[in-house]
Design a binder for this molecule. Structure first.
Ligand SMILES: CC(C)(COP(=O)(O)OP(=O)(O)OC[C@H]1O[C@@H](n2cnc3c(N)ncnc32)[C@H](O)[C@@H]1OP(=O)(O)O)[C@@H](O)C(=O)NCCC(=O)NCCS
Length: 347
């Protein structure tokens, strides 16, 4: 019978070996590179250290549930929450109930349990355990060139025809937007971003607390990814930010907006920020810009700025334990702010 308890520093090698067996060598190497940052340097970590549970059988580690602690704000009321991630059970011990034990242990210890971008097996386990299913997080794309509409699995001639037919649409949607406030690139977030968060937090029914410490950890210091950060400034102070990066994909280049924040009523602010990202994407020679966004108001502004909804596979589950929620909480998701940068989806 397996026992579940917390991770200890001497477990590191055993966990790495299990990770290699379950996810393969490359994924294990990538995880090893970001492990210290991801699990030890999270500013929301509890005093006892990383929020990781292990399933042990004797001296063997047969399962893990690793979580990323965050403060979750529900209309400005905060609870301790954690994104579930790097969940695994040894192949020969799967489908025997260990996963369920690990998921339940995690859930018992947090004010809200959150999951993003799930694998087929974990998504099914969440369904079986009756977690509220609230996803997927919508995905929007702004095409900048004809190559934006190519599909990796289509033959070349089909891609060429689609490119030719859609050129007029791309030209209109992809036009540059004028900038209406001051935007500047920054390397680190300062205390004015915590002030911005405190001001806008009550406007969101659900969002992870985005304060100075969290933002610097998440976007200024990850060892595996280099983000660009743009700050929106007004005379009154900091009014927003956007975090983005440029990537090579099988059929071209894309700019990904990992995270952003403005007051949901600040249409000019968000349009200014996405206008900045437009310019950056063009100078990086990107074919499109991709952004995941749950908030209905933000999506409306993005659509007015040339973005289109595309199919999203980023499943999202959430279960709030620490508060009594109003009826219909899980169905009313228009004022939830969730992006690709949440959890550890952007790797
Ligand atoms: C996800 C995982 C941790 C679940 O652990 P587990 O010990 O197998 O889970 P349990 O035995 O407690 O629960 C089994 C339930 O999970 C779901 N499930 C687990 N593996 C599944 C699979 N391969 N296909 C479909 N459903 C699966 C089913 O709902 C299943 O219920 P059932 O057996 O009654 O059909 C394990 O399958 C795993 O390590 N998967 C590979 C790594 C992974 O995908 N991690 C998640 C990253 S987000």
């Amino acid at each position: 019978m397996a026992e579940i308890d917390r991770y200890r520093p001497e477990d590191r090698r055993g966990v790495e070996a299990l990770y290699r067996r379950v996810f393969g060598h490359d994924a294990a190497e990538a995880s090893r590179l970001r492990w210290d940052w991801q699990y030890r340097r999270n500013p929301n970590n509890p005093a006892e250290g990383p929020l990781i549970w292990l399933a042990r059988e004797g001296t063997a580690i047969v399962g893990q549930y690793a979580a990323m602690p965050v403060r979750l704000s529900l209309k400005g009321r905060e609870v301790d929450a954690a994104w579930g991630m790097d969940v695994m059970v040894a192949p020969e011990r799967q489908r025997q109930g260990l996963g369920e034990m690990l998921f339940r242990t995690w859930d018992r210890h947090v004010g809200a349990s959150l999951g993003l971008g799930l694998s087929e097996s974990s998504y099914r386990l969440f369904r079986k355990l009756e977690w509220p299913d609230v996803g997927p997080v919508p995905c929007l794309v702004k095409p900048l060139t004809r190559r934006a509409l190519r599909r990796p699995h289509w033959p070349t001639f089909a891609n060429r025809i689609v490119s030719a037919l859609t050129l007029p649409v791309v030209k209109i949607a992809g036009r540059a937007l004028p900038l209406r406030a001051h935007v500047e690139p920054i390397r680190r977030f300062d205390a004015t971003f915590t002030e911005l968060w405190d001001r806008v937090a009550p406007r969101f029914d659900l969002a992870v607390r985005r304060d100075e410490a969290y933002l610097n950890w998440k976007y200024a210091t990850p060892p595996h990814i280099r983000y660009s950060i743009a700050a929106l400034r007004r005379d009154e102070g900091t009014a927003g930010y956007a975090v983005y990066r440029h990537v090579h994909e099988p059929r071209g280049r894309a700019t990904i907006i990992a995270d952003f924040l403005v007051d949901p009523d600040d249409e000019t602010g968000l349009r200014t920020l996405v206008g900045w990202v437009d310019r950056e994407a063009r100078s990086a020679d990107s074919d499109k810009i991709r952004c995941f966004a749950m908030h209905a108001g933000f999506r409306r502004i993005l659509r007015r700025s040339g973005y289109f909804h595309v199919k999203s596979t980023m499943e999202f589950v959430v279960k709030v334990n620490a508060l009594d929620l109003p009826r219909g909480f899980y169905e009313e998701r228009d004022a939830w702010h969730v992006t690709l940068g949440d959890s550890d989806q952007d790797r």
